[in-house]
Design a protein around this ligand. Structure first.
Ligand code: CA2
Length: 201
């Protein structure tokens, strides 16, 4: 079936049977594998999905290449793949980034804020790395836009040096996950979908 017909059918389903947008999106997601070779259809489907941002701070580009006893053997590319799987099973679009520069992380938080205002943001998983312990600017960016952020660390920062015990992010985050290795990313995305996006109990 051509992509336009499918998009039309999805809209029809949604309006005729009054299925929720989430349900129609779930239906659309089942086509996703099929449409991955069709960028036009993919963008139609993704436009219907909320987005989860996964942001990584300084030195995390070195994951798997150094200090494997602390951070494990997985590379950042492995982590991105894990996140892509977690996003897909939760029917979310993924924006995955890493930067060694504070300002770049802030710009992505602002982009997340813009999506939030458009009702298109699912949440942000933020491993700010060492900026966690130093950055008032990141804290202000999250607080200013009231972003639903899950702070994430691969290692258990509380079992490490005292300077890693303080976080500028934690007071403005919805939750903090640490010490679960790179699996923490996958769990954080599940939490974005199943806790942050779920209607309040
Ligand atoms: O455990 C985490 O995820 C951290 O956010 C990692 C940061 C550290 O400053 C935080 O206290 C805890 C460090 C990231 C550096 O990543 C590297 C990876 C491989 C080799 C060297 C550094």
């Amino acid at each position: 079936m051509p992509w336009l017909a499918r998009a039309f059918l999805c809209a029809l389903l949604k309006n005729l049977f009054k299925v929720s947008k989430r349900c129609a999106v779930a239906w659309a997601v089942r086509w996703r594998a099929e449409c991955s070779d069709n960028p036009q259809l993919l963008s139609v489907v993704e436009a219907e999905m909320k987005t989860v941002f996964v942001l990584n701070g300084p030195n995390l580009n070195l994951l798997g290449l150094r200090e494997p006893t602390i951070y494990g053997a997985h590379t950042l590319a492995d982590v991105e793949q894990l996140c892509a799987q977690a996003a897909a099973r939760n029917q979310l679009a993924l924006r995955f980034h890493q930067s060694n520069h504070e300002g770049a992380l802030i710009d992505w938080l602002h982009e997340a804020g813009q999506l939030q205002r458009e009702g298109q943001l699912a949440g942000v998983v933020l491993n700010a790395a060492a900026y966690t312990h130093t950055s008032v600017a990141l804290m202000d960016a999250i607080k200013g836009a009231a972003l639903p952020v899950i702070e994430l660390h691969i290692s258990n920062v509380h079992a490490r040096e005292a300077f890693r015990h303080h976080s500028y992010i934690a007071p403005v985050a919805k939750a903090v996950i640490c010490g679960l290795g790179v699996q923490g990313y996958s769990i954080a995305i599940d939490a974005v979908a199943q806790v942050l996006l779920a209607p309040a109990a």
